[in-house]
Design a protein around this ligand. Structure first.
Ligand code: IMP
Length: 179
């Protein structure tokens, strides 16, 4: 897999620093509350696992699977729920955990849906943000790192379901998806 990576954008050490910093911020922000973390599968898994170790207050977790790429390297803007939450979010302080925000379509749809379902508050923490990719207005509440508009893989992020197990985030060589 490493041979398909043009450059490492976020190293393992930097990811750990990001998780420590975000964990401290979230611990303060949600003090006295029991947030419900909603992870967006599959990309959230490594980030969520590392982040929650640094959240020092009681919290709960649930998962949803949504898709907007349908296999390519660009969002279709057509957000589909493939797997839904199994408990109500009514009255809960929800924190959506995402790997990356690009066009903003996925998070805009999901935050609006969870508010409609009665969540008391809905915020978003994302490991990566690509603000140059925005097609809808959406600003994540907590951002690990802002990156340029490049297609990246690793640490949960995939190209056609592969590369999620790389321990860092790297730019995929264009020849891999131009084949
Ligand atoms: P958005 O709806 O365009 O903001 O896209 C959000 C989703 O697109 C993320 O959860 C990822 O699954 C995927 N995505 C966006 N950018 C990348 C990337 O550079 N590499 C891999 N997946 C990406």
């Amino acid at each position: 897999m490493h041979k398909d990576i043009a450059e490492i954008l976020v190293s393992e050490a930097e990811i750990e620093d990001i998780c420590v910093k975000l964990g401290e911020e979230l611990t303060k922000a949600y003090e006295g509350k029991t947030p419900l973390l909603v992870g967006l599968l599959n990309g959230c898994i490594p980030f969520m696992a590392q982040l929650i170790k640094h959240i020092k207050i009681p919290m709960e977790m649930q998962f949803m699977a949504v898709s907007s790429y349908h296999g390519g390297i660009a969002s279709t803007g057509d957000v589909k729920i493939k797997y839904d939450l199994d408990h109500s979010v009514a009255g809960r302080d929800v924190l959506i955990v995402e790997d990356i925000v690009d066009t903003g379509s996925t998070l805009k749809v999901i935050t609006e849906l969870l508010k409609y379902r009665g969540a008391k508050s809905v915020k978003v923490v994302t490991l990566l943000d690509k603000p140059e990719g925005r097609k809808v207005t959406f600003i994540p509440d907590y951002i690990g790192k802002t990156i340029p508009k490049k297609f990246v893989v690793g640490y949960g992020l995939d190209y056609q379901e592969r590369y999620r197990n790389l321990p860092y985030v790297g730019v995929l060589k264009p020849e891999v998806y131009e084949k």
